[in-house]
Ligand binder design. Structure first.
Ligand SMILES: Nc1nc2c(ncn2[C@@H]2O[C@H](COP(=O)(O)OP(=O)(O)O)[C@@H](O)[C@H]2O)c(=O)[nH]1
Ligand SMILES: [Mg+2]
Length: 292
């Protein structure tokens, strides 16, 4: 399984001068510092705060310690997710733009649930593309869990309803509803999401219990713009950040708390089915600061 330190090598290589002290950070002037932070998509306001603090702050603590404090404040505490057992099945809907990693993440989450002794079901409601649902079906075989999907052109809300219905009959503990990728700017497609929620709620009151947005870390700040748009259509309850292992822009995660106030729950650190780990803000900041 991939680790945080390795996964964040790209973002860290941009931030190295600032964070890991390989160059004497005291030698960097404010402008250089600002440029480096902005290049890894650390939000502008936080960048300014960091520059100010490092320029004028107390010299009693090291620059790195002062940085860490600012970063910890900006990112907030991580929240560890565990599958609630008082709701059966517990339904989680995953959404996001094309290619963000929704299908892979659904499968990884099913694997996690299974590892926790639960009975998961994967729901393939991506009926936009011919391969949308069949890709997840293959994953369900690999993971060894139940699957309900729809053919291309089927009504996604109907597929989701069916999945919840079948999961109740089969006594599944968890349902992971993979959705079709959609652009946050396309209104008719976005409108399908609340419709899916209503359909699931009709079969099982309270479902979906969670709505998680899957964000591709390589998009940097653009991921935040997308998430805000999705959040205005269906309120998000969590973020899963994927492809942290290939991103040089992981600094955008410092915007999540102030812009969305939604917890970052999981992180994808690779393509393998076990490469999904609980998001740990301490580990994340530590890896950025060059701590293995
Ligand atoms: N490196 C890396 N690749 C990932 C990760 N998550 C997903 N991918 C890859 O991203 C691509 C798109 O993933 P997919 O789940 O099909 O995205 P979807 O369109 O949102 O369903 C696939 O090639 C995945 O293997 C991750 O955490 N790290
Ligand atoms: Mg997909």
């Amino acid at each position: 399984m991939a680790g945080w330190f390795g996964a964040l090598s790209k973002t860290r290589s941009i931030l190295r001068t600032v964070f890991s002290g390989s160059t004497d950070v005291e030698d960097l002037d404010a402008e250089e510092l600002e440029e480096i932070l902005l290049r890894s998509d650390v939000p502008a306001r936080l960048t300014m705060e960091i520059v100010d603090e490092l320029e004028s702050g107390s010299r009693r603590t090291t620059r790195k310690e002062r940085l860490r404090n600012l970063l910890v404040d900006a990112l907030g505490e991580s929240r560890t997710f565990s599958w609630p057992t008082d709701k059966k099945p517990y339904v989680v809907m995953l959404l996001g733009v094309n290619g963000s990693g929704k299908t892979t993440t659904s499968a990884k989450l099913a694997r996690l649930a299974k590892n926790n002794g639960l009975k998961p079901m994967l729901c393939g409601s991506d009926t936009f593309r011919a391969a949308g649902s069949s890709q997840l079906k293959l994953w369900s075989e690999k993971v060894g869990c139940d699957f309900v999907g729809g053919e291309m052109g089927h009504d996604a809300a109907g597929v989701a309803f069916n999945a919840v219905h079948t999961a109740m009959e089969k006594q599944c503990d968890v349902v992971l509803v993979d959705t079709a990728g959609r652009m946050h700017t396309k209104t008719p497609l976005m409108d399908e999401l609340p419709k899916m929620c209503r359909a699931m709620n009709k079969r099982l009151e309270g479902a979906p219990h969670d709505v998680w947005m899957v964000l591709d870390a390589s998009l940097g700040q653009n991921a935040i713009i997308q998430a805000k748009q999705f959040n205005s259509v269906v309120p998000l309850t969590g973020i899963v950040v994927t492809k942290l292992d290939g991103s040089s822009k992981a600094g955008f995660l410092f915007s999540v708390k102030s812009e969305l106030n939604v917890p970052i729950l999981f992180s994808g650190l690779g393509e393998g089915e076990d490469d999904l780990v609980p998001f740990d803000s301490g580990e994340f900041i530590g890896a950025l600061l060059g701590e293995e």
